[in-house]
Design a protein around this ligand. Structure first.
Ligand SMILES: Cc1cc2nc3c(=O)[nH]c(=O)nc-3n(C[C@H](O)[C@H](O)[C@H](O)COP(=O)(O)OP(=O)(O)OC[C@H]3O[C@@H](n4cnc5c(N)ncnc54)[C@H](O)[C@@H]3O)c2cc1C
Length: 343
């Protein structure tokens, strides 16, 4: 019997597990892949620093982050500008560029230090439900009862699929492609946008530059950005479906859905890992509020659904604004009403 069973040990799942275990909850963390496993997404939003401090991993992440930009250079329709991330009484905000293998290992180690039970499963994970309430998970011929199940399975969207539901799309189909090159990018972070799409390039270690590209309406691998044509490729390359989409219900009386499993917007939003970590903490916080009698199940679920919905709306409005300035014919389909999303 566990307080929480968390499916997926990426940033969302580990943040849930760490926050809950640090406050005395009994957590089962279930992952399907052996670590280290590859994931793109090395440029972390400056706002993540305070969350890493709260999770007790900031020093380890800073040790592994060799690039810390405080600006992003934007080239749009030939015009070049430098955007600062912001500042406060403590100084300039800085992003963190860190390999995902390093970040995910730091988070998983912290979770295990706090007593989280990790299982790498070999068979499919099935939710155990009783009259619509999820009471645990089953895999590898074993059953684990728990008060809450947290889906942190990323794009796999384990729980939404297991419940026979589908994510609701909120944009035309969009595919991003990414790759890595040996070399140096003077700007640290460079975002080039035009009516055809955008390229995002970032120095992610002292010797490696990452590129991520989105071409509107193109779903087959394009060439890397011209800016990087003189650099030699290294490491992995690939593509991902980043059509904006959200799970029809991101929380119920016995479950929360976090990170990419809850919703996806394209990487131009620049906050995928931040959102994964923050939603993991929020899910753990709301589950604990129920377990300690500070909120009812219905209140905790409703609060989480509203919070996630607002974030999704803010991200998609900001991206839609960017794309409207690039293309006259940009049109994001409307997203359905609150009732459809269970808000
Ligand atoms: C090309 C690209 C570039 C990006 N760049 C950035 C960037 O620069 N900065 C940024 O902040 N974000 C970026 N993102 C987004 C970012 O990668 C994601 O938002 C982030 O990884 C989401 O974290 P997560 O924990 O929700 O999911 P994930 O990191 O995908 O972790 C999910 C985990 O669940 C496990 N899992 C899946 N199914 C199961 C199952 N059935 N049982 C058990 N375990 C399971 C997986 O193995 C994985 O370990 C990018 C995305 C793409 C596609």
């Amino acid at each position: 019997m566990f307080d929480l069973a968390v499916i997926g040990a990426g940033p969302a799942g580990c943040a849930t597990a760490i926050w809950a275990a640090a406050r005395g909850l009994n957590v089962l963390l279930v992952e399907r892949s052996e670590f280290p496993r590859f994931r793109p997404g090395e440029c972390l939003h400056p706002g993540i620093e305070v969350l890493f401090r709260d999770l007790g991993v900031l020093n380890e992440v800073l040790e592994r982050s060799s690039v810390r930009p405080s600006t992003r250079t934007v080239v749009s329709e030939g015009r070049r500008s430098v955007e600062r991330f912001g500042a406060d009484a403590n100084g300039q905000w800085q992003g963190l560029h860190v390999s995902r293998a390093d970040l995910d290992a730091i988070l998983l180690t912290r979770a295990q230090q706090l007593g989280v039970t990790l299982h790498i499963h070999r068979s499919r994970v099935t939710p155990l439900s009783n009259n619509g309430k999820i009471e645990g998970v089953a895999f590898d011929g074993r059953m684990f009862r728990c008060a809450f199940v947290v889906d942190a399975s990323g794009q796999c969207a384990w729980l939404t699929r297991a419940l026979g539901r589908k994510h609701l799309p909120a944009s035309p189909r969009m595919t991003v492609f990414y790759g890595y090159c040996h070399g140096h990018l003077p700007e640290g972070q460079l975002f080039e946008a035009s009516a055809a799409g955008w390229h995002w390039m970032a120095q992610i270690s002292t010797t490696v530059v990452n590129w991520t590209s989105l071409h509107f309406g193109v779903h087959q691998r394009p060439l890397p950005p011209e800016t990087m044509s003189s650099l030699s490729s290294c490491g992995r390359s690939g593509g991902a479906d980043v059509t904006w989409r959200m799970a029809p219900s991101v929380a119920g009386s016995s479950f929360f859905i976090t990170g990419d499993a809850a919703f996806i917007t394209d990487p131009a939003s620049g906050n995928g890992v931040l959102r994964a970590v923050m939603s993991g903490i929020k899910a753990a916080h709301n589950a604990r509020a129920v377990l300690t009698g500070q909120a009812t199940q219905a209140e905790a679920a409703q609060d989480y659904r509203t919070w996630m919905r607002h974030w999704f709306e803010a991200d998609t409005a900001q991206l839609a604004h960017l794309y409207e300035t690039l293309r006259k014919d940009w049109h994001a389909p409307s997203f359905g009403d609150h009732a459809t999303l269970g808000v």
